[in-house]
Design a protein around this ligand. Structure first.
Ligand code: SAH
Length: 268
């Protein structure tokens, strides 16, 4: 009997088996007829497939169309130095956007590795957009913005691939709190996280009043905290001040705790 069960589980595993190697493609056309052959030329992806995963032609992979948010079973046809020819064979899955809350995170830039960690971990949890904030008390100065943004988007891309996401979160250039608040003006559900203040509501209370089929915007301050003026600017732009409790968390912990709460509340 034990043997029979084993065989069955082997069988059923076989039928659902999917290639574990996956990568995003951002330049597929809107309309494609399958099978569809596509030349991957992005250096980051080509390098990853050739030199990191060391894939060979004929191998099966999962290609995620980052624009349509659909994944495809595919085969690698030719692997060359600067390009990889891949053929998309069949559709595997499509993002059910209703099943996942769109989370937009504005977060004060933090130093060094901890910033990479913010990008990586919030991506794993499904953040849609990360907007780095340069606030009055931000200690990090971003000098070469384009270069930094390129590196950030690679971190996010790897994290999205690793966590089997169907979309690529966007990391914007650093913004001031006001610029950020104005850019997200169209959204109705916004919270600014504050570590003290009598007027803040618990995040729990605020979340239970939100409709999580609609986007939510979270603003987390930098290591040094928001200035009073920054909190007022955001409140003036319809952000509700919220608390995650009486303990003072580091910015990256606060971001993770708030996003986890949204993910939990929407029942993922
Ligand atoms: N150094 C500052 C603390 C900054 S904490 C001070 O001691 O005043 C960094 C950011 O994390 C804050 O700006 C806030 O957005 C968020 N945060 C930390 N703890 C929080 C809490 N208990 N509730 C809500 N937000 C919190």
């Amino acid at each position: 009997m034990a043997e029979g069960t084993m065989m069955m589980s082997k069988e059923s595993k076989k039928t659902v088996e999917l290639p574990s190697r996956r990568f995003f493609v951002t330049d597929l056309p809107d309309v494609m007829e399958l099978p569809y052959s596509h030349m991957v030329t992005e250096a980051f992806t080509v390098n990853h497939l050739r030199n990191v995963l060391r894939l060979k032609s004929g191998e099966s992979v999962l290609v995620v169309d980052a624009n349509q948010e659909i994944s495809y079973r595919a085969t690698l046809d030719e692997i060359e130095r600067d390009q990889v020819l891949v053929t998309l064979v069949s559709k595997v899955s499509e993002l059910d956007s209703a099943a996942m809350t769109t989370i937009i995170l504005g977060v004060g830039l933090v130093k060094g590795d901890r910033w990479d960690w913010v990008l990586q971990k919030t991506t794993e949890l499904g953040v849609r957009r990360i907007m780095p904030l340069e606030t009055e008390r931000t200690v990090v100065q971003v000098k070469n913005t384009a270069q930094k943004q390129g590196r950030w988007s690679q971190i996010v891309r790897s994290a999205a691939e690793q966590s089997e996401g169907l979309f690529l979160p966007e990391v914007s250039a650093p913004l001031t709190p006001r610029e950020f608040g104005e850019m997200v003006a169209i959204y109705g559900q916004k919270a600014v996280l504050v570590e003290r203040g009598a007027d803040r509501q618990t995040f729990n209370t605020v979340l239970s009043g939100w409709d999580l089929t609609q986007p939510v915007v979270l603003a987390v301050g930098p290591e040094g905290g928001w200035t009073q003026e920054e909190v007022e600017i955001l409140m003036g732009l319809n952000f509700q001040p919220v608390s995650l409790g009486d303990r003072v968390l580091r910015a990256e912990t606060a971001a993770m705790a708030a996003i986890s709460a949204v993910v939990y509340e929407q029942g993922a």
